[in-house]
Design a protein around this ligand. Structure first.
Ligand code: SF4
Ligand code: SF4
Length: 422
């Protein structure tokens, strides 16, 4: 880290001893998993820097933003419209956590058999380890899965900052209307807390910024279709994770710089692994930072991950918002409609996801799909069976959590699956 942030962490009420321990574990894991990779693009140095400063410089930036009366909005789901947060000059940050931290504390509030993502965001807060939660002015939840819905009630008792958007379970006309109303209510809420009115020009600008970010991520994704693969799955996953934390304009610029470099690699047929290495598409539950387990297993078992059909991945940037609107109401409608096209397993029916997995598998020239569901994530666990029945390409279904206990067993299954692809 570039300087000592202890006074800032202290001011935010973090548990300094535990926090030091967390940073040291993270830094070791990062060295082992990321910095040990060979032939990484130079452009990944920026993302390494962001990780090294994820509880440092970025936290300081948010702290400074608050001093300028900008609002920090925390979210847990890709349904929360980023465009609206930016349109009130707010800062949008993802709060999902991907490490087994504070589970003992979390299990005082939620059952043991709750998915790891929920236990982790509660555990980080309850253990005094999340500077992002402390800096938020509003934490936006959504009625997606049952676990999140009920956990938000408890999280509100703890933080007193929750705002929950109702997300319908279906996509009929009346559901779309309900969602449009929710997006309008969210706009009003943001205007109220920020004291700023959303104007047409702010909305157009913010829509453009978020679309530019999505386009850069799409560009990176399409470069992963080349063989030999010019970037590892681990590095691409990291970029997808940082998309939820970094300043969007700076992030977009850095992703595009990385893509420029990767395009040069493609021209020279330069890859991180040899041509013909088995190519895996991972599909399913989100990979909150620092959940790198499955990618590390795949890439240490003689294969490469070429895509994530996940909210930390393609589901986050597949669709752009239509920028062609001439009034605020029209813009809100376009935003609502773009978010309703997301194919989360919380919806029923959710047939478009099967089509999307198939398309991505073909576009990225994958050889097989590993369906990854977090344990107790019923929507994705059940959809995995459905996808398996409907598709005709090699498919491995796994359920796991954030612990390392099943590492050996998972590695054996992944290695056996990769063998069948050779
Ligand atoms: S998996 Fe569903 S609930 Fe979870 S972040 Fe994605 S869209 Fe939201
Ligand atoms: S991973 Fe599944 S169970 Fe966990 S919060 Fe997301 S949708 Fe809910």
């Amino acid at each position: 880290m570039s300087k000592d942030y202890t006074p800032l962490w202290k001011e935010l009420g973090l548990d300094l001893v535990k926090h030091d321990g967390l940073l040291s574990v993270l830094s070791d894991a990062y060295k082992n998993i990321y910095l040990s990779q060979k032939n990484r693009p130079e452009g990944m140095k920026y993302f390494d820097f962001v990780i090294s400063e994820v509880h440092g410089l970025r936290i300081e930036e948010l702290y400074e933003a608050k001093k300028e009366k900008r609002k920090v909005i925390g979210t847990f789901c890709v349904y929360v419209p980023e465009e609206l947060v930016l349109a009130v000059d707010g800062v949008y940050v993802g709060l999902c956590a991907g490490a087994e931290v504070g589970f003992e504390e979390a299990e005082k509030y939620v059952p043991r058999n709750t998915c790891a993502l929920i236990k982790a965001f509660m555990g980080f807060k309850l253990s005094g380890l999340c500077p992002y939660v402390e800096l938020t002015d509003l934490i936006v939840g959504e009625t997606t899965c049952d676990g999140k819905k009920k956990a938000y009630e408890i999280f509100d008792e703890i933080t007193k900052k929750m705002y929950v958007m109702e997300i319908p379970n279906m996509k009929n006309e009346e559901d779309r209307q309900l969602w449009l109303n929710e997006v309008k209510k969210f706009k009003n809420k943001l205007e109220e807390i920020s004291g700023k009115q959303i104007t047409l020009s702010f909305l157009k600008k913010s829509t453009e910024i978020v679309n530019q970010k999505r386009k850069a991520l799409q560009r990176l994704s399409s470069l992963r279709a080349y063989d030999p693969p010019p970037i590892s799955g681990l590095d691409s996953l990291l970029v997808n994770q940082i998309a939820f934390y970094d300043d969007p304009v700076r992030f977009t610029m850095k992703v595009n710089e990385l893509c420029d470099e990767i395009e040069e690699r493609v021209k020279k047929a330069e890859g991180v692994v040899p041509k013909g290495t088995p190519r895996i598409l991972i599909s399913g539950s989100p990979f909150a930072i620092p959940n790198w387990k499955l990618h590390a297993i795949v890439e240490n078992s003689g294969a490469i991950v070429v895509g994530e059909e996940s909210c930390v991945g393609y589901r986050n940037f597949r669709n752009l918002t239509d920028e062609n609107f001439n009034s605020i109401d029209e813009g809100i409608e376009k935003i609502a409609s773009r978010y309703m096209s997301i194919d989360c397993a919380c919806f029923t029916p959710n047939t478009e996801r099967i089509d999307n997995v198939t398309k991505l598998y073909k576009d990225l020239k994958a050889d097989g799909v590993i369906h990854y569901a977090l344990q107790f994530c019923t929507p994705y666990m059940i959809e995995a069976f459905k996808i398996d029945r409907k598709i005709d390409f090699p498919f491995l279904r796994i359920e796991t959590d954030y612990s390392m206990e099943d590492f050996g067993q998972l590695k054996t299954r992944v290695e056996a699956f990769i063998e069948t692809l050779k």
